[in-house]
Design a protein around this ligand. Structure first.
Ligand code: XMP
Length: 199
């Protein structure tokens, strides 16, 4: 489905408009909301009375973090780190590089590493190494999406929101070249003919 076929949401510049280049809905906002609630229950059960420190990977995780956080009942600290694997208009991973690591003391803390999407696995593997080396008492992982593609690093999250095909996806926090994070559903980025870096 093209953006223009998405009835009622295609007027350029209107809030909620779906821009050209953004394709079919893969996961609707309703399914996301239901799944986030279920994930929060599972995670809360697992942590029980332990104080949780979420280490969240900016920027794609922003919306997921905000939604999940408000459903978690336990005592929670939030730390954010910034890594980039897809600089600019890239749609092929260039491997993770840290932009920001402001995380405080993790010694003895029970950590939940939270990321938007598991692709090659390099980001999660890199973070797990770093968090463990900082003396966390336990480290659990949750990703909203897991791409069905070969992994460079063998890493399996404790909780996964949705399994998705090996396509570049945007919306609900995920971007392409900084755009589309505000789309409420998760959508596939359509192939483009120009030199914009799309597949
Ligand atoms: P790796 O390959 O390290 O990738 O598992 C994880 C990070 O890469 C970004 N990523 C995407 N971002 N749409 C996006 O907007 C995608 O389809 C996509 N695939 C990977 C993301 O930042 C994630 O943290």
């Amino acid at each position: 489905m093209t953006a223009g076929a998405d009835a009622g949401t295609n007027a350029a510049g209107r809030p909620g408009a779906v821009p050209l280049g953004v394709g079919a809905v893969l996961v609707t906002r309703r399914r996301i909301a239901r799944r986030v609630a279920a994930l929060a229950e599972r995670i809360a059960e697992s942590f029980g009375d332990e104080e949780m420190t979420i280490v969240a990977v900016l920027t794609g995780v922003l919306v997921f973090l905000a939604d999940l956080l408000r459903r978690l009942p336990t005592r929670i600290r939030v730390e954010v780190v910034s890594l980039s694997s897809y600089p600019g208009a890239a749609v092929q991973s260039r491997g993770p590089s840290f932009r920001l690591w402001p995380v405080g003391d993790l010694v003895g803390r029970h950590v939940l590493v939270l990321d938007d999407i598991l692709d090659t696995g390099q980001t999660l593997a890199c973070l797990l190494d770093r968090v463990r080396s900082l003396g966390a008492a336990s480290v659990r992982t949750c990703v909203l999406l897991r791409k069905n593609c070969p992994r460079v690093e063998r890493v399996e999250p404790d909780w996964v929101g949705f399994d998705v095909p090996d396509a570049f996806v945007v919306g609900y926090g995920l971007d392409h070249d900084g755009l589309y994070r505000n789309l409420p559903d998760i959508r596939v980025l359509e192939a483009q003919d120009d030199a914009g870096g799309a597949p």
